[in-house]
Design a protein around this ligand. Structure first.
Ligand SMILES: NC(=O)c1ccc[n+]([C@@H]2O[C@H](COP(=O)([O-])OP(=O)(O)OC[C@H]3O[C@@H](n4cnc5c(N)ncnc54)[C@H](O)[C@@H]3O)[C@@H](O)[C@H]2O)c1
Ligand SMILES: O=C(O)[C@H](O)COP(=O)(O)O
Length: 528
């Protein structure tokens, strides 16, 4: 089957080679789509690749019936409705490392241009004005650069600005004093950084928490004559407040690569001589464009072919060594979820997943998501996947609890899923037996040993002579062959369980007949 991939923003031709090389992928490049035409066409595609231009809105995502993955050839994903993608089970991947260097270099270029009025002087000279007095600048040496957001780019900017003999002071919610000391930079709260800096550069993502992080209040805290750089995202700085701060003389200059609305051809900030600007060029280098397109193309090829994406945005990424350890449990965990849904046949209210033995040593969150997927699959079918399983559970008010326990019950690894419905609590445990594969080893309080596959029947009955025989005869009458049978009981003559694997699905009629047999309490057909 061929997968159809749409590229709707200009990407490096060298960078998308992994997509072109994949035999089962057909690539369409169309960088002239309007929102309407993208919404019209998106239903034909399995993957969409964008930069920051294409706005992947909820409306577009809702029309993307086949879409499995959105690749962002770059860092910022604020042009993609992540909630909508998650709800639809569409994985979003980005290329977080490929343009760090270019963005940091661009920030330094803007910082130096700002300090020395290079764009203004260049413009004047091109217009035959030799203005030496007007364009006296300031040195960077011994000035304080305030960095807001010390992630990949912020840290690279800090390292480079140190080369200009600047003092660096940074604020980032994840920065500690010790970490800052190790990096040879100063640490401060946001107000402290704003107060101390001669130049301020922002490098946070645009989130609802960072929208207008630099607002009127923030400008009030700054030194008079401060200079501002934004090579991260328009919207982190309140543009109206910046405009006022420049007009009032609080801010001496600003260098902007990004704007709240792009393209910003006719922006009032651009009318101010103190403002220098580039049209979102931070990542626009040959190297960065090749890097990000390669990274995201590889992730898309890998993911479409059943592999794992390296840089998922709406799903935590799992280190390879952890994935190697938990991958063998994926099938088991999903099947335990499916098994319990069939067994309870009622609305799940609460889920507890217990991991023991080897499984206590690793991050089991992907297994939890997979189990939840199994629990929801009967009702949501292929709409539910690893990306949206927890979202759907939350929306349905199902609480998911993950536990690691030391109780292995003699197994080297044990995965127990317990669900509560309005009728009570039911449990199933499974294990991976070395060299023998997956087994269900416990259903409620009964020990069993069953391979979780194919058509199964779980019969809850009274431990009485003849019960097993009657079940066997009835199935034989219906020409249903029993492949395996396991029995377990609580005590002699008490409650007992029969677990059969049969060669075909047990239809409702057969199920009702079994239920009507003497000493049989209930019968459930399970298909894994
Ligand atoms: N102009 C461009 O072309 C260009 C190029 C690349 C990236 N970017 C932008 O730069 C942003 C940063 O990229 P990155 O690779 O460094 O990302 P990153 O995730 O490595 O770093 C972002 C940092 O911001 C910090 N942060 C989050 N909220 C904060 C807050 N309220 N206050 C202070 N810090 C906060 C985070 O803790 C993190 O350390 C991207 O999100 C993207 O929007 C722009
Ligand atoms: O977030 C990013 O990676 C940058 O803003 C680059 O955006 P671009 O791909 O549109 O150049």
């Amino acid at each position: 089957m061929a997968f159809h991939v749409l590229i709707s923003d200009p990407l490096s031709e060298e960078g998308i080679q992994p997509l072109r090389d994949a035999e089962n992928i057909e690539v369409t490049v169309n960088t002239n789509l309007t929102a309407e035409s993208l919404a019209e066409k998106i239903g034909d595609y399995d993957a969409l690749l964008v930069r920051s231009q294409t706005q992947v809105t909820r409306e577009i995502i809702m029309k993307a019936k086949k879409l499995k993955i959105i690749g962002r050839a770059g860092v910022g994903v604020d042009n993609i409705d992540l909630d909508a993608a998650t709800e639809q089970g569409i994985i979003v991947v980005n290329a977080p490392d490929g343009n760090t260097n270019s963005a940091a270099e661009h920030t330094i270029a803007m910082l130096m241009s700002l300090a020395r009025n290079i764009p203004q002087a260049y413009y004047a000279l091109k217009h035959k004005q030799w203005e030496r007095k007007k364009y006296v600048g300031v040195e960077l040496k011994n000035k304080t650069l305030g960095i807001v957001g010390l992630g990949r780019i912020g840290a690279e900017v800090a390292a480079r600005a140190k080369g200009q003999r600047m003092n660096i002071m940074a604020y980032d919610p994840f920065l500690t004093e010790e970490k800052a000391e190790k990096m040879g930079i100063g640490y401060g709260t946001l107000p402290e950084v704003l107060q101390a800096a001669d130049f301020i550069t922002v490098h946070t993502p645009l989130l609802k928490e960072t929208r207008h992080l630099i607002n009127r209040d923030a400008f009030q805290k700054m030194k008079t004559g401060v200079q501002i750089i934004n090579c991260a995202r328009g919207g982190i700085i309140d543009e109206e407040a910046l405009y006022e701060a420049i007009r009032e003389g609080k801010v001496a200059g600003a260098a902007l690569d990004v704007f709240e609305e792009e393209p910003a051809r006719d922006h009032k900030l651009l009318e101010l001589p103190e403002v220098i600007a580039t049209p979102h060029l931070g990542a626009s280098t040959v190297e960065a464009q090749e890097n990000v397109a390669i990274d995201v193309s590889r992730d898309v090829v890998q993911f479409l072919n059943g592999g794992l994406a390296k840089n998922p945005v709406n799903l935590p990424s799992v280190p390879k060594e952890i994935m190697n350890k938990i991958a063998p449990y994926f099938e088991l965990s999903e099947k335990l979820g499916l098994f319990l849904t069939d067994l309870t046949q009622e609305v799940t209210e609460e889920v507890h997943i217990y991991y023991s033995g080897d499984l206590t040593e690793v991050d089991v969150a992907p297994l939890t998501r997979n189990t939840v997927k199994g629990l929801l699959k009967r009702h949501l079918g292929d709409h539910v996947n690893d990306v949206n399983a927890t979202y759907f559970a939350e929306r349905k008010g199902i609480t998911i609890n993950e536990h690691k326990t030391s109780s292995t019950k003699g197994f080297t690894n044990l995965l127990t899923v317990e669900v509560t419905t309005k009728s009570g609590t039911r449990q199933v445990s499974g294990t991976l037996l070395n060299g023998l594969g997956a087994r269900i080893v416990k259903v409620d309080n009964y020990s069993v040993d069953v391979i979780p596959q194919g058509h199964m029947v779980v019969i809850h009955h009274k431990d009485q002579p003849g019960a097993i025989g009657r079940v066997g005869s009835l199935l034989a009458e219906q020409n249903i062959n029993i492949a395996t049978m396991q029995v377990g009981r609580s005590n002699v003559g008490g409650d007992a369980i029969m677990m059969l694997t049969i060669d075909k699905h047990l239809e409702t009629e057969g199920l009702n007949q079994l239920t009507g047999l003497t000493d049989i309490y209930d019968v459930t057909a399970i298909d894994l």
